[in-house]
Ligand binder design. Structure first.
Ligand code: ZN
Length: 289
């Protein structure tokens, strides 16, 4: 779409004019965008190398006139049908993070988060198959899909367990207790390791090599920090060649939450096994590629 509203200045911006903003202003304002009609989360795409002009996208409400069809990017395994989901609705969701295909088990502990910008954290990770999502990613992806589609699931007593190995769990409990949307994170989450999910407005990389996935103001500006030593594997697992490709994506991450005294919320991801992204592309644009 050509227009989006920015909560920072209250203005309705046209995409080309928005693209011409100074970099720092653009970076701040693109985290505060919404659809001019349905007011849902929106994001900005700059002019692409494929020649698509700058534009805005949004996760519109179903009844929004500006709604466009999105296709999910690189969903290689396909998504479970609603019928399959119904059948499994009564079962616990168990994710075994150690079951990498034929590869040695090496799941990192969630580390004590360093201060932002201080570097450190994480450790070298045994590389599994390049550019391939594993079985546990598929299960995490199903959880993310349910979170997106079903408000009932978010507050359900459905049991979720993420096992590091046979003996220890990373996250275990009922969905309503162990999963929080970005806008539900509270100071009480500080230091807790659990599942968090929400949309990404911007993505970037700091000089220390960390990849940062930043949500928008309406999601408390929550950031997911992916440690430098797993950044490349994260990018290759999800076939991300350009960080801009992550804009608008939904992310689900098992992470340790850090709430700074300033209120800034950072979710530290220390293993590529603990995160999935669901990317979207305008179906019309994909047809032109
Ligand atoms: Zn809309």
């Amino acid at each position: 779409m050509q227009h989006a509203r920015c909560a920072v200045d209250g203005e309705v911006w046209e995409a080309e004019r928005f693209a011409a903003l100074p970099a720092a202003e653009l970076d701040a304002k693109r985290r505060s965008l919404s659809c001019v009609q349905c007011d849902e989360f929106a994001w900005f795409r700059k002019e692409s190398t494929h020649g698509h002009p700058a534009h805005f996208c949004a996760h519109h409400r179903d009844d929004c006139d500006l709604k466009v069809n999105y296709v999910v990017v690189d969903d290689r395994r396909g998504e479970p049908s609603s019928a399959e989901e119904e059948v499994e609705a009564g079962d616990d969701i168990v994710v075994r993070l150690d079951q990498e295909r034929g590869t040695a088990v090496d799941v990192t502990e969630v580390q004590t988060p360093p201060m932002p910008g201080a570097g450190g954290g994480g450790r070298t990770f045994a590389i599994p198959g390049q550019g391939r999502e594993s079985a546990q990613h598929f299960t995490l992806r199903r959880i993310l899909l349910r979170l997106i589609q079903s408000p009932d699931f978010r507050t359900s007593r459905r049991r979720i367990a993420l096992y590091r190995d046979e003996k220890s769990t990373l996250v275990r409990g009922e969905a309503r207790d162990v999963v929080a949307a970005f806008d539900e994170v509270r100071p009480a989450h500080n230091g807790e390791t659990q599942l968090f999910w929400g949309p990404i407005a911007t993505a970037g990389r700091t000089a220390d090599g960390k990849v940062w996935l930043n949500s928008s103001d309406r999601y408390q500006g929550v950031s997911v920090a992916i440690f430098q030593d797993i950044a490349e594997e994260f990018l290759s697992t999800f076939n991300i060649e350009d960080l801009d490709d992550l804009e608008g994506a939904h992310v689900l991450v098992a992470a340790k939450c850090y709430v700074a005294p300033t209120g800034k919320i950072i979710l530290y991801c220390s293993s590529p096994k603990n995160i999935v992204v669901r990317r979207y592309r305008d179906a019309r644009l994909q047809a032109e590629l």
